[in-house]
Design a protein around this ligand. Structure first.
Ligand SMILES: [Fe+2]
Length: 208
């Protein structure tokens, strides 16, 4: 079975300073993200063992662990690539037009995403997703890494709102972190994810 792997960061740990400190990136990628990868792999191994032994007593806990750790791995992998040194500004082209269409304008989109991140109770993420049934962009508020999702939504742009993403640098001033990341977004990466997601076809009849 292929194991999940921790991807390299596409830039140096300190490259996102002053908005995200190198120490945060070092711990966030090298410890937190790495732990999700390790746990996703070990959960898959435990599921295989359960099938081999026909012993499903711990199945519910394992399924929850898989959803949590694999989602943590996927979201962090996207988050690193969503950001870049000297990023920010506003997107143009088809993706920029889609934001205007579905959120009114860029500033409203930005405000909603930041507010979604700020209003999470506990740990979670704000995420821009492509919803292929209705063919629209949505912002979702994810609890932990895996809950409160509309199914089939494809994550394009994700913002980590867990304390480990900002606390060393921003302490309790998390809204400052949610503002700072707007200097880092890599719109080329996010726009490319949008273009890819448009190709996804999910047959749901006339559901939208
Ligand atoms: Fe995180």
């Amino acid at each position: 079975m292929d194991r999940y792997k921790l991807p390299d960061l596409p830039y140096d740990c300190a490259a996102l300073e002053p908005y995200v400190s190198g120490k945060i990136m070092e711990l966030h990628h090298g410890k937190h993200h790495a732990a999700y990868v390790k746990s996703a792999n070990s959960t898959l191994e435990q599921l295989a063992e359960a099938r081999d032994k026909d012993d499903f007593a711990r199945l519910a806990a394992l399924e929850r662990a898989l959803a949590f750790n694999l989602s943590g791995h996927i979201l962090h992998s996207i988050f690193w690539k969503n950001m870049m040194p000297k990023g920010g500004g506003t997107p143009d082209g088809d993706f920029g037009a889609a934001l205007d269409r579905d959120f009114g304008n860029f500033d409203r989109f930005r405000r909603q995403l930041s507010e979604v991140a700020s209003s999470i109770m506990g740990s979670g993420w704000a995420a821009l997703v492509w919803e292929p049934i209705g063919s629209r962009l949505l912002i979702t508020q994810i609890y932990d890494h895996q809950s409160n999702l509309a199914q089939a939504g494809v994550p394009l742009m994700v913002l980590d709102a867990w304390e480990h993403a900002y606390y060393l640098q921003y302490q309790n001033r998390k809204t400052e972190f949610f503002e700072a990341v707007w200097n880092l977004w890599n719109w080329a990466d996010i726009g490319a994810r949008y273009a890819s997601a448009l190709e996804l076809e999910i047959d749901a009849g006339q559901a939208a």
